[in-house]
Design a protein around this ligand. Structure first.
Ligand SMILES: Cc1cc2nc3c(=O)[nH]c(=O)nc-3n(C[C@H](O)[C@H](O)[C@H](O)COP(=O)(O)OP(=O)(O)OC[C@H]3O[C@@H](n4cnc5c(N)ncnc54)[C@H](O)[C@@H]3O)c2cc1C
Length: 398
């Protein structure tokens, strides 16, 4: 009998390759999608097992990729992006060549995140910005395949597990396929996100119209959650004080497989990786205006060619891979294990209709005042002075 991986990351490859349509993705208690096999339809061909990216050998290569601090020269692009706006710059160059760009967008009611595609600059806006919720891939791999077969350039962006799922589904290399992964802390629960929006709408008595997970009003380092409501009201909070941000920071909302992610490797089976250059003030201080600096890693010649094609539109410096990882540990490390019981209780309370603020104050008490103060001091330009003073004092004291 077919047995699908217990550590399933929800990439949908098994459901997409099944010749009988016997595998369907169904929600668990947290709203995460897992494959369910219809035994009446299953012919035991085991393609779903064979194609599962979790069963493929792990990439154990240790050659450190060329690593950069980079940002878009277009200030308007960075405002709408989570970091330095590199996604938009790479995506626009693919649109310019008549290509198709795949990425994550919010649904019309803003309660779910799903993968879709853009074929014009205007359409790219919906893919811009991080949505901290696991995105539903549905039948997106078939669409990628369709456009590649029609000879179009395709840029697929997503988490590394989604990219590995796509590669396994396609089963061969395509010259016109570019793969960019977003460095991933872990993917949060769709149930918790949907409930968060529901509770905010109830307390503002209005529908949420726009969501910014990484609002930069107080700077990139002090980013916040911002919601705009249909009647013009606005909710904004620093991430560490927002109910959803608190649950994220307290490690209470991620998919189980993120506790043991096998795709956080030095070498990756994609062309480029993009993320936040946390610690930019130490690694590329001249670029850091607190509006976002991206971390960029290049894994292939195709990736390097794409970078060269847009280099003039970026501010860019080469940096040390190890320094970048030291400031951004989840590049190579999975999140802490063991949040299972708390997550089950949270899901139960959500299903019982408890308010998200009550849930967050119960399960995420650890607002990190130290981290918040460091970011704040940095934003107002005092962090360097304080650190210098401390270093001088410890040197004097021997
Ligand atoms: C769940 C999640 C966790 C992350 N954790 C980290 C981290 O620990 N460290 C770090 O440095 N960076 C992390 N990132 C990446 C970071 O938030 C930015 O997405 C990245 O720096 C790119 O920024 P940008 O300014 O170039 O482009 P942006 O315009 O901000 O990014 C847009 C890109 O993000 C993709 N995207 C958005 N939401 C999702 C989603 N739910 N699933 C898959 N892809 C999505 C879009 O498809 C598009 O490719 C995470 C992103 C996500 C979605």
């Amino acid at each position: 009998m077919v047995e699908l991986s217990k550590n399933c990351c929800g990439c949908t490859c098994c459901a997409e390759v099944c010749p009988q349509g016997a595998v369907r993705m169904a929600q668990d208690e947290g709203g995460f999608l897992y494959p369910k096999i219809d035994t009446a339809k299953c012919i035991d061909c085991r393609l779903c097992e064979q194609k599962c990216p979790l069963r493929k050998p792990q990439n154990t290569g240790n050659a450190k990729p060329p690593t950069y601090a980079a940002l878009s020269r277009e200030a308007g692009v960075r405002v709408k992006s989570s970091s330095g706006g590199l996604f938009y710059m790479f995506a626009s160059s693919v649109i310019r060549k008549g290509g198709v760009v795949f990425g994550a967008a919010l649904s019309d009611d803003r309660k779910t995140v799903f993968h879709t595609y853009a074929e014009s600059y205007d359409d790219l806006a919906k893919l811009q910005g991080s949505k901290y919720v696991q995105s539903d891939l549905s039948d997106i791999f078939k669409k990628v395949h369709f456009y590649l077969n029609h000879g179009r350039w395709v840029l697929f962006t997503g988490t590394m597990c989604q990219i590995e799922g796509l590669r396994s589904y396609l089963g061969k290399e395509y010259d016109k396929l570019i793969l960019i992964d977003v460095i991933c802390h872990g993917v949060p629960s769709p149930l918790i996100w949907g409930h968060y929006v529901h509770c905010k709408e109830a307390s503002y008595s209005c529908k949420v119209q726009e969501v910014y997970f990484r609002d930069k009003t107080d700077g990139w380092k002090c980013f916040g959650m911002k919601l705009l409501f249909a009647n013009g009201q606005c909710y904004r909070s620093v991430w560490q004080k927002d109910a959803y941000g608190k649950l994220f920071t307290a490690n209470k909302i991620f998919r189980d497989s993120c506790e043991d992610c096998r795709f956080k490797t030095v070498e990756k089976n994609c062309d480029l990786s993009i993320g936040d250059l946390w610690g930019a003030e130490y690694m590329a201080n001249e670029l850091d205006d607190d509006m976002g600096v991206s971390l960029l890693m290049i894994h292939s010649k195709k990736g390097m060619d794409l970078l060269e094609s847009i280099r003039d539109s970026l501010e860019i410096r080469e940096i040390d891979f190890d320094a970048a990882v030291n400031n951004n540990p989840y590049i190579l490390k999975s999140i802490k294990k063991g949040s299972g019981k708390a997550k089950q209780r949270i899901y139960k309370e959500i299903r019982a209709g408890k308010d998200i603020e009550t849930i967050a104050s119960k399960y995420a008490k650890n607002f990190n005042l130290k981290k918040y103060m460091i970011a704040l001091l940095d934003r107002i330009g005092l962090l360097g002075t304080i650190l210098n003073h401390r270093n001088n004092r410890s040197r004097k004291n021997g």
